[in-house]
Design a binder for this molecule. Structure first.
Ligand code: HEC
Length: 110
């Protein structure tokens, strides 16, 4: 968790006010909930089976948005991600996508 806040600090300091908005929006979009699985390099989810969790930081916003919409519509089948995407509004999906697409600098260091 500490690390996550450090990343948030970095994001707000390193980028301009626009990025701070992205972070604020992303917080509203439940991005904290994604960190548990997606924020940990090499982490494997254990439900419903052991599964490598892809890194989403630094992907293009469009890619992340498309993936989330595909889970929401049931075109992509992973049960955890379907449940999560289904609970997100279009706005939350767009905000989360914008947030993760800005994480390039951090993820590149890992
Ligand atoms: C319970 C663990 C878990 C949580 C919480 C979680 N994810 Fe995922 N996510 C996964 C797993 C596992 C996959 C890979 C599933 C697959 O292959 O279809 C995945 C896949 C994705 C993908 C597709 C990545 C790709 O390269 O294909 C995106 C985008 C994504 N998640 C976004 C999010 C966002 C945004 C949140 C928070 C709102 C979130 N996830 C929360 C486990 C999780």
């Amino acid at each position: 968790m500490k690390k996550f806040f450090a990343l948030l600090m970095f994001a707000s300091i390193a980028n301009v006010a626009a990025a701070a908005d992205v972070v604020a929006n992303a917080k509203a979009a439940k991005v904290e909930m994604c960190i548990g699985c997606h924020g940990i390099p090499g982490y494997k989810a254990t439900f419903p089976e052991v599964y490598s969790v892809p890194m989403i930081g630094g992907q293009s916003a469009k890619y992340i948005e498309n993936a989330l919409n595909a889970y929401k519509k049931g075109e992509r089948k992973h049960p955890s991600m379907r449940g999560i995407a289904a609970s997100m509004s279009d706005q939350e999906i767009a905000d989360a996508a914008a947030y993760y697409s800005q994480q390039t600098a951090q993820t590149a260091k890992k």
